[in-house]
Structure formats: C-alpha cells, structure tokens
Ligand binder design. Structure first.
Ligand SMILES: Cc1cc2nc3c(=O)[nH]c(=O)nc-3n(C[C@H](O)[C@H](O)[C@H](O)COP(=O)(O)OP(=O)(O)OC[C@H]3O[C@@H](n4cnc5c(N)ncnc54)[C@H](O)[C@@H]3O)c2cc1C
Length: 476
C-alpha cells in the first residue's frame, strides 16, 4: 500500500468509482477504500443491476405467457419461473459488471484498498479493518452511500420482514408478499413477484402510488397494477408487523381510521434509504451534518477543507428554500463524481441542475419522467398547457403488444417552453432521454414538434404529445 495519494475516495459505488476513474484520467494518483468484496456499491450489488435483471426475467416470462398471441406453441403446459436459473443468471450479470470495474481500476492505475475507512483529520484516512493502516490524502472524497431503513415499530428480521437487499436473493417465489411503500423500489418488486406468481399487496401511506410522479402517472399505474391482480392499499398506514413461523401479520389503518390485519408469507419494507456514516468519523473531524447526511455546497465541498462528499450520503445546500430533495440515484451520484474529480483537477465546472434529472422506474408498465409535474408547474404560477398521447394508438406498440400508457408534456403557454415530460408505458425509461435533452436545451414545444420522430417507433408518442400541446396531434 502506498502511503499517500492526491485523492482518496471512500466507497466504490456509482459515485465513488466514477469519481476515482475520472480523477485518474486527469492525472491524479487515486486510491479507493471499499469494504465490500466487490466494487460497484448499492447499484451493482443490491440495487439497479440485480433488480433490473430480475425485471428482465419477469418480462421474458410475460412474453412467454402470451405465447398464443405470438403464435408460439408451448407443448408442455403453463410456463413457470425457475428461481435457481433466475438467480444464477442475475448473479452472472452482477459478477461480470463488478469485475468490469476492477478491470477499469487496473487500467487507470487506481489502488483498491480493501477495508473500512475512518477519517482522522488533517487528510489522514485510517483503514480500520481489512488492509489496516493509515494513508494520507491531499483531497478526500466521501462516497459511502445509503442503506435501507425501516420506520419506527417495524423491525427488519431478514426472514419474514425483509428489505430489497434480501428480496433480490430470494431462492423461491413467496406465495404472498406485502410491500410497504410504493416508491421505485416498492413498485419494481411488485412487478417482479406478481409476474413470478406471488399474491402481491402494496401498502402506501400517501394517497397514491409512486407519489413523486405526476398524478396522471400514479393513476395509470394503479389501473394497470389492479388489472394484473396487484392489490393496492393507498392512504393506509402500517401500524405494526409481527413475524411468525410461517409468515407475517401486519396491522394497518385505512384512510377512514378503521384498523384491520393483513397476513402474508413476507413483508418487504421499501420505505426509503438513509445515509451510511456510522464509524466514518465525519462528526469527529467537524463535518456539518443534517439528519445524518453530510452537508455539502453545490460543488460538493463539505464544511471541512479538502473533504468533498457525493452521492446518496449527501444533502446539498443550494441556498434555495424550494430546492427539491437530493435524488438518491446512481446516475446522479456518477454525475457528482465526475464534477468533483474535475474540480479537484482544476477544471472549470458548473453546478448540476437537479431539475433536469431523469427518474426511471422499471415496473411494468415502465415510468420515465423529468422536470415539473403538472401540479408543480401550476404551483409555480405557470400558465400551464398539457398535451398527452397514448402509446396504444401507435403501430409499433400494437406490433409489440405493449399498448398501455401515454406520454404527457407539461408546457408553459407564455414561452411555449417544455417544463416537464412524464411517461408510462413501453420503453419509457429509454424514451425519457429525449425529454431530458429537451429540458436541458430549454426546448420549446414547437421544437419538439419539428423534431422528426422515426416511424414506426415508440418515440412517436413524444412527438405526438408535443403536437397535442398545440391541439394538433395527428393520430388522436
Ligand atoms: C433496490 C434498489 C434499486 C435501485 N435502482 C436504481 C435504478 O434503477 N436507477 C438508479 O439510478 N438508482 C437506483 N437505485 C439507487 C442507487 O443504487 C444509488 O443511488 C446509488 O448506488 C448511490 O451510489 P453511491 O455511490 O452514492 O453509494 P453506494 O452505491 O451505496 O456505495 C457506497 C459504497 O461505500 C462503501 N462504504 C460505506 N462506508 C464505507 C467505509 N467507511 N469504508 C469503506 N467503504 C465504505 C459501501 O460498501 C458501498 O459499496 C436503487 C437502489 C436500490 C436499493
């Protein structure tokens, strides 16, 4: 182990490993301290990659279940999912990607120090387990990420009451599953396990599913989920959960104040994530914290000189009272990693605009969104114009047998500016890229209309939704 580096990064998630690679590209000597056996953090090991791999299995099963529609004859009866193969394939995908980061570290001459880091002040980083010792850094980047958290009264036992970390490893499909929370993680697991054959119930405290999305998206998802046989209980509070030998019982309170009990084989708690700073020594070296998060400015400088922080572990002090909460997303942490590395290498950098971050939820049907929802745009005083177009009308959607959902554009009547784009339906997590660019370039609706969308594609729904804002949709 070398004794000193230009930059020491703590945590090799999508924030930390990207910061390390960019800094090394710019000529810095870099070490990354990571305590897991593999690189990639939450995204690769427990988050984006394993969940989306499971969703691809669910999609494959869906297509096979529709074999008759496709003129495919399956002689041996009803197709079922083989969880051994599902887990083996998912693990192969995850393993390949984590090894890929190891390769990139070697290529960029980044040292991976295996162990748990603790800040000691004055640029010293102590490795308290694994490859123990102390290294000196001119600059430190903290990227220690987040972990699943529960709510008071609900204790995770990793047997009957589980988190997403457990759910990705299930060796068998549960007969019944209650999911607490309907954010991205909750609805993605609902799609996976419903398709695999479980009875799924979602319990959401707020009045609608995916509460951060535009209200029209929530309504469409609820309609689709109910059609798929997913039970949706919104406005419902989980009061307590009691694990037993064969299942779990939960007490819930519905919006009318009535209480009742629900039972299932498993309860998946998907109520959010909290920062990982235990044992890091952040307070001891004087870092300003807020609710456990490391406070940074819009250049990711913490309150301690020469210590920056990025990713899920931070709260950003933008100075704006109405600033949205810092999104806990892989692509956000990576963008922050690039920015920090470039700043530390003396490059000119600009603050990230969190209003232009795409949100993708890979449930079935998929959701992609960026910018203001209709409600947010109205609350900000815009003279709002809306245009929406259903996927079901498109030839491409009919061919693919994926006809649910729509694209909705929120625009400002005065300058014709696109303020937000919200879509639910086939390929929405891919189609949102065009909308992100439109917002980034401060595009007008007229420019989206004049942008030629290839035929036949799902992307035509974006062009038609833009037409719809001006009352000129061709196919609706
Ligand atoms: C089920 C699930 C699905 C998700 N799906 C998506 C998705 O589809 N798209 C998306 O954009 N985001 C998704 N996310 C969120 C995404 O995974 C996170 O936003 C992202 O991983 C955050 O990256 P990070 O680098 O900040 O932290 P992390 O990825 O959490 O990495 C932090 C790393 O730091 C290490 N560490 C912590 N403390 C120490 C220490 N003291 N010493 C050494 N190492 C330490 C940890 O072991 C970890 O590897 C999902 C999350 C979950 C849970």
């Amino acid at each position: 182990m070398r004794k000193s580096y230009d930059i020491v990064v703590i945590g090799a998630g999508t924030g930390g490993y990207v910061a390390a690679i960019r800094a090394a590209q710019l000529g810095k000597s870099v070490a990354v301290v990571e305590r897991q056996k593999a690189l990639g953090g939450t995204c690769l090991i427990w988050g984006c990659i394993p969940t989306k791999a499971l969703l691809e299995h669910a999609h494959a099963l869906k297509v096979i279940q529709q074999a008759k529609e496709w003129g495919v004859v399956i002689p041996a009866g009803t197709p079922v999912i083989d969880m051994n193969q599902v887990q083996a394939r998912k693990n192969k995908v995850v393993g390949g990607l984590t090894k890929g980061i190891e390769f990139l570290f070697k290529k960029n001459k980044i040292d991976w120090i295996k162990g748990t880091a603790r800040l000691r002040g004055g640029g010293a980083v102590e490795i308290v387990d694994g490859e123990t010792g102390t290294i000196q850094a001119a600059e430190i980047v903290v990227a220690t990420g987040s972990s699943a958290r529960s709510v008071p009264g609900i204790e995770i036992d990793h047997a009957r009451i589980i988190t997403s970390d457990d759910a990705i490893h299930l060796a068998a499909v549960p007969t019944s599953l209650i999911i607490m929370g309907s954010g991205a993680v909750g609805v993605e697991f609902a799609s996976i396990f419903r398709r695999f054959g479980a009875e799924v119930t979602i319990v959401e405290l707020l009045p609608r599913l995916v509460p951060n999305e535009d209200e029209a998206i929530s309504a469409e998802l609820e309609k689709s989920f109910k059609k798929q046989g997913i039970k949706v209980l919104t406005g419902t509070r989980v009061l307590k959960a009691a694990p037993g030998a064969t299942g779990v019982t939960i007490d819930v309170q519905t919006p009318d104040g009535a209480t009742s009990a629900l039972a299932a084989e498993l309860l998946l708690v998907a109520t959010g994530r909290g920062p990982v700073t235990t044992g890091l020594g952040a307070e001891a070296v004087g870092m300003r914290m807020a609710r456990g998060y490391i406070m940074v400015d819009n250049m990711y400088r913490s309150s301690v000189p020469h210590i920056s922080a990025i990713g899920d572990v931070i709260a950003v002090d933008t100075g704006a009272a109405d600033a949205p909460p810092h999104p806990q997303l892989a692509h956000v942490s990576s963008a922050e990693g690039v920015l920090v590395a470039e700043r530390l290498a003396g490059r000119e950098v600009r603050p990230i605009d969190y209003g232009h971050v795409p949100g993708c939820t890979y449930c079935d049907p998929e959701i992609g969104s960026v910018g203001l929802t209709e409600r947010e745009a109205r609350a900000r005083g815009y003279d709002v114009r809306i245009g929406a177009f259903p996927f079901g009308v498109l030839g491409r959607a009919k061919m693919a047998n994926e006809t649910e959902g729509f694209v909705k554009i929120v625009a400002d009547a005065k300058y014709d500016e696109v303020l937000g784009v919200h879509m639910i339906g086939p390929r929405s997590t891919e189609l949102v890229a065009e909308a992100v660019l439109a917002l980034r370039l401060e595009s007008t609706v007229e420019e989206l209309i004049r942008t030629i969308h290839a035929h036949p594609t799902f992307a035509e729904a974006v062009g038609e939704a833009a037409h719809a804002v001006h009352g000129s949709a061709i196919h609706a």
